[in-house]
Design a protein around this ligand. Structure first.
Ligand SMILES: [Zn+2]
Length: 385
């Protein structure tokens, strides 16, 4: 006999109906406690012991760890409870009201990634605690779409512990063993404004920024020449000049300039050392131009992620899905779970093409196949142990 859940569709409808946008823009940012409370209420009747870990300094936000069974080894099924902000006018239906069609479910977060939780709960409900030799742990985090504060907190606290983790981000049920690291920086140069008729009346921050940009393009070339990984679609690290804000008028010397950049480093590259090199070189240019320089990250860098493609979990997911493991271009919480000592693979239903888009959906076929595969993984790593 298996324990009862409200069913996949009812659970997904409830989760989609609970707004949990996370954003670096404070006016858009929302909590996630209602989402993790709903998950806890479904998991406890199945025998899971739940623990809510509030995020310090972020009221209304927290992580959920729900454990079935105890001991060494075992499997974590992990996902994030937050969604990105949305454009209501681009949606054909209410983003918070789950719409079911013959092929799919539509709603904000249906694909990325509220759909993973009812899928994991349905898969877990086939097993009783007494059957498990090793624990099955469901983890629901907050703030993946903004600061990754939820997963960072887990890594700092050193929990949960298990042998393996599946991060259920939408990969179309293909095992993902690697992604790049992400770092976003703001570079500000402060010169002095003055009348444009005489350059000596000020110090042009745009002139200095022009030289900084040249320096960054050289650095980009050097990084690409030294680092290459054929597992990636873009095989080299990238450095993107994203936006530039500077000055105010053609007849004024530009007093201030800000450049925002994004760096994506390959697994194995040292993020701190790369940032330090960039900092030293940009500051040297700024000093040459006599401009003050400040460089600040928008948030702590997301480490690159790479797991052994020959690991047990990668091999199991490869054979169960029939898809060879691959790398992806987006970042995940994978590196934080890996830092807890788990063999970590990103694997979940739905396509990243639907994530962060209006009319986001997850297909019924992906959910049905995902339920089978997660059930088989629980059997393999928790029941057989
Ligand atoms: Zn996601």
């Amino acid at each position: 006999m298996t324990a009862k859940t409200p069913g996949f569709e009812a659970m997904l409808a409830r989760l989609v109906g609970l707004p949990s946008v996370s954003s670096t823009r404070a006016e858009l940012d929302q909590g996630n406690l209602e989402v993790i409370n709903a998950l806890g209420n479904w998991l406890e009747p199945l025998g899971f012991v739940t623990e809510v870990i509030p995020l310090p300094d972020k009221p209304g936000k927290g992580n959920l760890i729900a454990r079935l069974g105890s001991g060494d080894g075992g499997l974590v099924l992990a996902g994030h409870t937050d969604t990105v902000p949305f454009d209501p006018e681009l949606w054909n239906s209410d983003p918070f009201a789950l719409k079911a069609t013959d092929d799919a479910w539509f709603g904000l977060g249906a694909c990325d990634m509220k759909g993973f939780f009812p899928l994991a709960i349905e898969a877990a409900s086939q097993f009783r605690r007494s059957q498990l030799k090793a624990p099955l742990i469901l983890v629901a985090t907050s703030d993946e779409e903004s600061s990754m504060a939820g997963a960072r907190l887990l890594a700092e606290r050193g929990e949960p512990s298990a042998a393996r983790a599946i991060i259920g981000e939408p990969t179309g049920l293909t095992p993902v063993f690697a992604h790049k690291g992400i770092m976003m920086l703001s570079i500000c140069l402060q010169g002095a404004s003055g009348h444009s008729s005489d350059p000596d009346l000020g110090n042009n921050a745009l002139d200095a920024m022009h030289a900084v940009m040249s320096e960054l393009l050289s650095l980009r070339q050097e990084l690409a020449a030294k680092n290459r990984n054929p597992a990636f679609h873009v095989q080299v690290p990238t450095l993107n000049l994203g936006c530039l804000h500077a000055g105010d008028n053609p007849n004024r010397i530009c007093g201030h300039a800000e450049l925002q950049i994004d760096l994506r480093l390959l697994p194995g590259m040292d993020a701190e050392a790369t940032e330090e090199t960039l900092r030293t070189r940009v500051e040297a240019v700024a000093e040459r131009f006599g401009t003050a320089c400040s460089i600040r990250p928008f948030y702590p860098p997301l480490p690159a992620f790479a797991t052994d493609p020959a690991g047990e979990l990668v091999k199991s997911l490869t054979s169960l899905s029939g898809q060879p493991p691959r790398s992806v271009g987006f970042g995940t919480e994978g590196p934080f779970f890996q830092s807890l000592g788990m063999e970590t693979v990103v694997f979940g239903p739905g396509s990243i093409d639907q994530a962060h888009q209006p009319n986001e959906f997850v297909s019924r076929a992906q959910i049905a196949a995902g339920r089978e595969i997660l059930g088989a993984c629980i059997e393999r790593f928790c029941v057989r142990g």
